[in-house]
Design a protein around this ligand. Sequence first.
Ligand code: DGY
Length: 338
Amino acid sequence: MDEQTKSWRIVAVRRLSEAQLKSLSEVAEVDYFEDVDESNRADFMTALSKAHGLIGGKLELDETMLAEAPELQVVSTISVGYDHLPLEALNRRGILLCNTPDVLTETTADTAFALIMATQRRLVELASLVRDGGWRAHIGAEHFGVDVHSKTLGIVGAGRIGTAIARRGALGFGMPILYTASSSKTALEQQLGAQRRELNDLLAESDIVCISVPYNDDTHHLIDADALARMKPTAALINIARGKVVDEPALIEALRCSGIRAAGLDVFAEEPLPANSPLAAMNNVVMTPHIGSATHETREAMAQLAVVNLLGALIGSGPLNAVNVNDWLRSAANAKEA
Ligand code: DGY
């Protein structure tokens, strides 16, 4: 190991396995934090001030913290989404940002389908009825659900995860598929018979609307009161993307006054969901605590990919997934010229 390699310092936060920490520590000094909170924030900042690489899940990093991390070269997030990270500030500093797409696609699509099934068939509500001793007679129409098979599934954002949800719907449940995307997806159309729609038309025609767009300025409150008003009153909204894609007060209102029938939500405007959120008291809402990718296998694969990304970026063999590689190359070229 050469001197340059040995002098790397890495700060790792949350849920890396022993084997993964060992891989990192073979090439760098590693400061590992199982969590960062008020009790150890000062230690975390001291470690970050010397770090060349930062890796972890749910990383909290802002411009002020970046200013105290003069050596930082790579941030490797254990997530596909990076809306929680200050991309512009990272670009200004020429810091490479790596994420973990692909390895979580199928698991997150499974989560979407779990929410679809639970919402249509009222699984959580009716399981509680049995558990709480409320099942005393034959179930009648007041407890009936709604079919999943053959219903029209509208995918808002037919990227990797949206496409995997569409595949489950079309091939597993015989659902006609509508989708939004910036351009037509030939494979989706040819293999699944999916049809592209403008958002407003998709909302009006779908029985189940599933949101799978990344969160950014363009998608903030994409599903607002107007959008919800376009949905069928019998329709369900499923969100496995980011809470702020939906105007949550508008959603609560739509659910309260039968603007739509039900919602299945894995993500919320504020996480963890405040206990006093009106959503928590609604029988027509199924909620999970942001578990899109949360299986043993997938979280392990995401952490492994994040390790490979970080080491590839630091050592120079190249990361597998970099979000801002063009900005990073530009910044490297500028630094060379200066
Ligand atoms: C992701 O990877 O972005 C998931 O939503 C977990 O945060």
